[in-house]
Design a protein around this ligand. Sequence first.
Ligand SMILES: [Zn+2]
Length: 230
Amino acid sequence: MAVKERKFVKADSGKEVKNPAVTPRTKQERREKATGKRIAAVVFWLLALACEVALILTLNKTLYFEKGMLYWQLGFIIVDAILVIIGAQFWKRANDVDPASEENKVKFFLWNQMGLIAAAICLAPLVILLISNKDLDKKTKNILVPVAAAALVIAGLFSWDWNPMSEEEMTETINEYSTETVYYTRWGRSYHLDPNCQALLNSSVVFEGNIQEALDAGRNDPCDFCVPQH
Ligand SMILES: [Zn+2]
């Protein structure tokens, strides 16, 4: 459904009201905005890796806890997964403001799914080591293996970027809607051009801004109802 073309004019002067046009940020501006988030992502992933190492050290008996060994091991796995997921959220937010170019498809995929790669590095070896470990008693193994496997799957799902935007797509979108007012919600992934769009009617809070603000917030999916489809 296309939005009806309407012109808004100031009541006193009759002059057309237009939002100041948004110009796409330069590569350097985008990079600067993303750097802090990227560093945070890497720090969280390194901490997750430390948890993984700690668990491996308990398995090969380098690290020993006289009490509650199982709880320490469970703790290492769960904290590992949580840190992986937090890191991935920072990584995704960094890519919202500084998306990768899709010129190289492989690089584009790997860059966007770095969170998934981190999840695999920080959790998959644990699953393999736990399954193949011959020293663990059956009861401990029956608890740790499913927990580690579940942690891997959950961390993978939360780390996957379901809707990555490319640098090219971002520039095109900003240029196309540079003077438009766009709308988005607290939970939705879409941006809207029509404030009365049917997809917005059930949201108690609707954010209004320019296209840059919507993309910064990670709202990079054009609404199926009110944004013309290409
Ligand atoms: Zn819409």
